[in-house]
Write a protein that binds this ligand. Structure first.
Ligand code: SAM
Length: 239
């Protein structure tokens, strides 16, 4: 998968993606990440990428042309069609389902804003979708882009080993994940639940399901409305 990041600080996103499984995915060629800096495409001695907002008011707005030229350069670097995503607090919320959708694509171009954001005309003309990583405002889109790169890359085939498989993770089946334990079995902070030591895979699976249901009910009951629950799950939740 190829991801191009258009940003005034493309190295920031590259650094975030340089560690752990995502870093290894890069080394193994499963993810190729490319940065494009609009400043490199800006005109004049000052290589200006922003200007005052029309109509007055605080802050600056990112200019159309340096961004557009960066987008054109990114597109031209690979003929495969790319989905252009603008990271924005006004976008659709990033969910695991959205991450899966993005991970199924071969190419993404992530557009990071700064200041008050990007000139609306560029968004209208070039952006396929806007994605938000939460109801708060960051100073720039780079952190949000790094979140997208990480979440998407780990879902690509071959990135996670079996031991790190994503299928049991929170949100994958609509529920939160169950708790996890490792050695030592006995510790001053507590013991590992007996069932996990039983070797009985059916009991372990049932316990994990129960824990996942219980946690979701306690912490994120809103998720239960959308989760696909069996009759047994519903019976358990009703008790
Ligand atoms: N004036 C904008 C607004 O209120 O919608 C906020 C601009 S913000 C200071 C600068 C940039 O940070 C945005 O253009 C966007 O790229 C990024 N950003 C901020 N919050 C974000 C969020 N929650 N999700 C994704 N990107 C965000």
């Amino acid at each position: 998968m190829r991801i191009d990041v258009i940003s005034l600080f493309p190295e920031f996103v590259a650094q975030c993606a340089a560690f752990g499984v995502v870093g290894r995915a890069g080394e193994r060629g499963l993810l190729s990440l490319h940065g494009w800096n609009p400043r490199d495409y800006a005109e004049g001695n000052y290589r200006r990428v922003d200007d005052r907002p029309c109509g007055g008011g605080p802050g600056m707005v990112m200019l159309i042309d340096p961004l557009r030229a960066s987008l054109q350069a990114a597109r031209a670097a690979d003929p495969a069609p790319a989905r252009v995503v603008y990271l924005s607090p006004q976008g659709v919320p990033l969910t695991q389902a959205k991450v899966r959708e993005l991970a199924a694509r071969e190419r993404l171009i992530l557009l990071c804003g700064r200041y008050e954001g990007i000139d609306e005309r560029l968004i209208q003309a070039e952006v396929d979708e806007e994605i938000s990583i939460g109801d708060y405002v960051l100073s720039g889109g780079e952190l949000a882009a790094a979140v997208v790169v990480d979440a998407v890359a780990r879902l690509r085939e071959g990135v996670l080993g079996d031991a790190e498989s994503a299928v049991q993770d929170s949100f994958e089946d609509g529920l939160l994940d169950c708790p996890h334990y490792s050695r030592p079995i006995e510790h001053e902070l507590g013991s590992v639940p007996e069932v996990l030591l039983s070797g009985n895979h059916a009991h372990i699976a049932a316990w994990r399901r129960m824990q996942a249901l219980g946690r979701t009910w306690q912490r994120r009951p809103d998720l239960l409305d959308e989760a696909s629950l069996s009759k047994a799950d519903r019976k358990l939740l009703a008790t």
